[in-house]
Unconditional design. Structure first.
Length: 277
């Protein structure tokens, strides 16, 4: 039996976390002198309200000690631990997990950099959890996750780039003046870094461009999809219907961003995370 650990940036649906017994370590949200646990203590809507009120709210990786507690809680109950985390190129979560793993004895721990975020990370975690449930050993799970990792895709369209620029994770977006001219960049992660694949006029055209990219990539193959949203539930439901009507979907979720992710993207984000078989 294996223990599967991830972080709240994976945005995994709660029912899947409970079904597979996945341990989710929450990213920290800092508001003044208070610290909140992402996905537990605060919603994306509450975080947006804080920002709208002019408050300074930031995010921070979990403390090393938090990972140590989670790992130690699994030692003695599992044969090994697979810990899969958000790209090391955008936050220090992976590094904190690596540091914690070096402090824990009693079970082998493999920490994996997903080089992704949101459900692109989450699909790797799900694959690991499903294999673990089937009785796969540590080496088999790690090999499968590493083989699946380059197949994951993630696209997103933002309503505004203000939040992402302010977060410091994509300062180059400020130079594009995209909000001024109502240009919607299609963003993705490449080698763990946020990059713009395409710049499109109007939100509807940007969403259509995401779908076309996905169709070209997937073709007729079975596809596992998560539609991602931050304050755009109705649009996400419409997009999920479009994806299902145009592709051979074998698994699909509509996944809201946790507060930590939403703070960095702002309201109105719509995205796709997927992989094809």
């Amino acid at each position: 039996m294996l223990g599967i650990v991830t972080d709240s940036i994976a945005c995994l649906p709660r029912n899947l976390v409970e079904c597979y017994g996945i341990r989710v370590v929450p990213v920290r949200i800092v508001r003044g002198d208070r610290i909140y646990r992402d996905g537990i203590d605060v919603t994306a809507e509450e975080a947006f309200a804080w920002l709208d009120a002019g408050e300074i709210v930031t995010t921070s990786q979990p403390a090393v000690g938090t990972f140590v507690e989670v790992y130690q809680g699994l030692v003695g109950r599992v044969d090994g631990i697979v810990s899969i985390h958000v790209s090391s190129g955008v936050t220090g979560v992976y590094q904190a997990a690596v540091a914690a793993a070096s402090m824990v004895t009693g079970a082998p721990i493999v920490v994996i950099d997903s080089r992704a975020a949101t459900m692109a990370e989450g699909f790797l975690v799900l694959e690991a959890a499903r294999l673990a449930e089937q009785g796969a050993d540590l080496a088999t799970v790690v090999l499968r996750v590493e083989a699946l990792r380059p197949q994951l895709r993630f696209f997103a369209v933002l309503e505004t780039v203000t939040y992402l620029v302010r977060s410091g994770r994509a300062p180059w977006l400020a130079q594009l003046a995209v909000d001024v001219f109502e240009i919607k960049p299609i963003l993705t992660l490449q080698e763990g870094k946020i990059v713009a694949l395409e710049r499109v006029r109007t939100r509807r055209r940007a969403i259509d461009a995401m779908l076309r990219r996905m169709e070209r990539d997937v073709g007729g193959r079975p596809v596992h999809v998560a539609v991602l949203e931050a304050g755009a539930r109705e649009e996400a439901e419409q997009l999920a219907q479009e994806v299902a009507s145009r592709l051979h979907v074998v698994e699909q979720y509509i996944t809201p961003f946790t507060a930590a992710m939403a703070l960095n993207t702002g309201p109105g984000l719509l995205g796709l995370a997927y992989y094809a078989e």
